[in-house]
Design a protein around this ligand. Structure first.
Ligand code: SF4
Length: 321
């Protein structure tokens, strides 16, 4: 669902490098969707084949645990952390991770399973994520849950003091562990799994933003087990598919993913649905993942697309109708 860095107009992401706030196109008139865009987007949402795409999405691993908040949080953190690449590879990776704890990702934090889990995760790899990193994450969470009942508390502590980005920052700090690191030291590259929007680079923090959406939204396909954060506060998990379509629909003029782009897209969606702006996230993401949007002007595919009148790519060729 996420992958190598490219900009929304398809160029290699040299400008991104997670250091940029995301350049706005200078000297180029901003692309704007039509006045009917809210209705077009609602139509895209209403017609979307959720059942097809939910089965493909990492949330399908988390949903069955909704009645057990602790296990759902654990499964959610691991599933969101592994949400890189295509959905088949992600589900395969989650399956291999689950095998380390006899099929139940939610049990990764059971202290009694730690020695066997450590042994079984030794050879795990998904893209650049290694088993020793996931094993360290399981240890971090085990330590956290020995003192706190839920990760919601960590998020709330940041959110209540300084807003959503601060909530994500607090979660990232909990998962990364002490700074400077204390023994046992985290494995190489571990801290980079949980970047903060408040750190240099202003990361879009897609993994944790996605995790929080899963926990907070109480409508399908999300779990709604965190009850103290209003859905209107959520920010869009800006993966490459969402960024591509958001840019081409004029929800952001930023060609690179950054926290500024997250805020712009979230604000644009909040103007359409102030109570539940991220309800569109799953649809925007899976329109790209599923191939419903070819990311090029193709009449046979674009013809029935509800947001075609708003699409920069379609209109840019001057024959949208
Ligand atoms: S018009 Fe075509 S390229 Fe544009 S969003 Fe729709 S399917 Fe994608």
């Amino acid at each position: 669902m996420d992958g190598p860095v490219v900009t929304a107009d398809g160029r290699p992401g040299a400008a991104d490098k997670r250091k940029s706030e995301g350049p706005v196109e200078l000297g180029v008139p901003p692309h704007r969707p039509t006045a009917e865009f809210p209705r077009h987007l609602e139509t895209l949402y209403a017609r979307f084949p959720f059942a097809r795409s939910v089965a493909d999405d990492p949330i399908s691993v988390v949903r069955p645990l909704a009645t057990d908040p602790r296990r759902a949080e654990v499964a959610g953190i691991f599933a969101a952390t592994l949400a890189i690449g295509n959905t088949t590879a992600i589900r395969g990776a989650i399956g291999r991770l689950a095998a380390a704890v006899d099929g139940d990702v939610g049990r990764l934090v059971d202290p009694g399973r730690a020695p066997e889990r450590t042994r079984r995760l030794r050879s795990f790899r998904h893209r650049w994520i290694r088993g020793d990193q996931l094993n360290f994450l399981a240890d971090r969470l085990t330590e956290f849950y020995a003192k706190e009942p839920t990760l919601e508390n960590a998020f709330l502590a940041g959110w209540q003091s300084d807003g959503f980005a601060s909530g994500i920052d607090r979660l990232a700090r909990v998962l990364r562990g002490p700074d400077p690191p204390a023994a046992p030291l985290p494995p190489r590259g571990y801290a980079a799994l949980f970047p903060s929007p408040l750190a240099a680079g202003a990361s879009p923090a897609k993994r944790l933003t996605l995790f929080v959406r899963w926990m907070v939204r109480d409508r399908y396909p999300d779990l709604g087990i965190w009850r103290r954060v209003p859905t209107g506060e959520l920010r869009i998990p800006l993966d490459q598919h969402v960024h591509w379509i958001a840019y081409h629909l004029g929800l952001t003029g930023r060609r690179s993913r950054s926290w500024s782009a997250v805020e712009e897209v979230s604000e644009a969606l909040r103007r359409i649905d102030p109570i539940d702006p991220t309800k569109f996230d799953f649809v925007l993401c899976h329109t790209g993942v599923s191939g419903d949007c070819p990311k090029r002007r193709d009449l046979s595919v674009c013809g029935p697309c509800s947001v075609r009148p708003d699409c920069r790519l379609w209109r840019g060729r001057g024959s949208a109708s």
